[in-house]
Design a protein. Sequence first.
Length: 150
Amino acid sequence: MKSIASFVLVAAAATLSAPASAQFAKPEDAIKYRQSTMFVMSQHFGRVAQMANGRIPFDAKAAADNAAIAEGISKLPYAAFGDGTDKGNTKAKPEIWTDNVKFMAAAEKMQGDMTRLVVATKTGNIDAIKAAVGATGGSCKACHDNFRKE
């Protein structure tokens, strides 16, 4: 069952990334795109995390708005990990391409955590938001630990 799910995940990623990778004229464009989307996602997630950690005042509407933006953006960067984008100005580890199933599973986990963060922010309950921020931050860190060079 696990191998079937892995196959479906890889097939879906390949199918969805084919049209997107065609949009990049050069590998450098894809690298810049994915870095930009990751940066914007981290900025919006970071605002929610700062509220959850008491570093900035809590604003329920701003938390929900920023979480929703981060969730939407969380789906964008993965199409830009196509052929030839493993070289150049990138912090991506080779494991993204050699163990793409694990990489895409990590991406899917983070996206699920982002969705749960959106749900938590809609409650306005700071404790629920803190828990969701912790889970989402953990999935981001796990992916960076495994797939990003420092």
